[in-house]
Design a protein around this ligand. Structure first.
Ligand SMILES: [Zn+2]
Length: 318
């Protein structure tokens, strides 16, 4: 049951990279690219129950399939192409209910999901610098609304559907809540990482731990005030700490409280917002507890990853 999740979030005390300024945010996933055989994605996706394709047509070489919230572009040869629209809808539902406890209204405009056959088409669409990623969300925000939603994926990347797609879709979904203020970078990435597979998250934790041997972690103040992505030498630490802080805070209270904290932290120093939302007299004590748990995945994070993986595997979640 999806609504059983809310109780688990309350378990206490567990522990890409380009931005176009002004109204256009371009977020690249930093998923390491694991090349798989092109157009041979397994297992084949099974359509979700709520995944009605309203219409489909050919646009050049593309097969375009439209659902209530998505317009999915893929080459007809791609094994998963027929199942992708349903998987996108199921993922959207799961992520909306996880973070906002509701299904939400249909999107207008719909979210374009473009699955490129390989590197050349992907880089041609996104430009130089995109070679190291396997997915990219492009979100255009006008005051009070999302004006454009688009996800580009490399269909030849082995983590394309089970990691890059839910990661990028989380960015798109979270943007709904932050159309007048900018979501803090660490929170945006931390939430997106929690939608990746457990295996991928474990690899991130290993890389994070390895980096800690030669570099110090961020303090909570440093992490929560980072305006841009750090240099490559500190990226693993940034991602590791971002994911762990999101997991820690949602388990301390709930996703709703966490989002309340994020909104408040756009107008107050994060320490003050933490104290006010989480009711701790000294937020530094909260930081001390979190830092002892930075390498712990957290059971809510594990559960979210499992539920996302149920869809990307590709089965629906009851
Ligand atoms: Zn990301």
């Amino acid at each position: 049951m999806r609504n059983g999740l809310s109780g688990l979030w309350r378990s206490p005390f567990l522990a890409p990279v380009v931005c176009r300024m002004r109204s256009l945010f371009l977020i690249l996933t930093t998923s390491w690219f694991f090349a798989g055989s092109a157009l041979a994605v397994e297992p084949a996706l099974k359509p979700a129950a709520n995944s009605t394709v309203i219409r489909s047509w050919r646009h050049g070489a593309w097969l375009v399939q439209e659902t209530a919230n998505f317009r999915v572009y893929g080459l007809p040869e791609l094994k998963a192409v027929r199942s992708l629209p349903g998987a996108c809808e199921a993922l959207r539902t799961q992520l909306l209910e996880t973070w906002f406890s509701r299904a939400g209204d249909n999107w207008s405009p719909k979210c374009d999901v473009v699955v490129h056959a390989g590197l050349s088409g992907y880089v041609k669409a996104l430009g130089p610098g995109s070679e190291q990623s396997s997915g990219c969300a492009t979100i255009e925000i006008e005051p009070g609304r999302v004006a454009k939603r688009r996800i580009d994926l490399r269909g030849d990347a082995s983590d394309c559907f089970d990691c890059a797609l839910p990661h990028e879709l989380t960015h798109v979904i979270v943007a709904e809540r932050f159309t007048r203020t900018r979501i803090p970078r660490w929170a945006d990435e931390g939430m997106a990482i929690l939608a990746e597979t457990r295996q991928k998250q474990e690899r991130r934790r290993v890389a994070f731990q390895r980096s800690l041997a030669s570099a110090r972690p961020y303090s909570m103040t440093e992490l929560t005030t980072l305006a841009e992505y750090p240099a490559s030498g500190r990226l693993e630490i940034f991602y590791g700490q971002s994911a762990s802080l999101v997991a820690y805070l949602i388990e301390r209270e709930s996703p709703a409280k966490f989002l309340e904290f994020l909104e408040l932290s756009t107008t107050l120093p994060a320490g003050q917002a933490l104290a006010r939302v989480y009711g701790v007299p000294d937020w530094r004590e909260l930081e001390l507890v979190w830092r002892t748990r930075m390498l712990t995945p957290g059971e809510s994070a594990e559960l979210l990853a499992a539920r996302v993986n149920e869809i990307t595997a590709f089965r629906t979640v009851d």
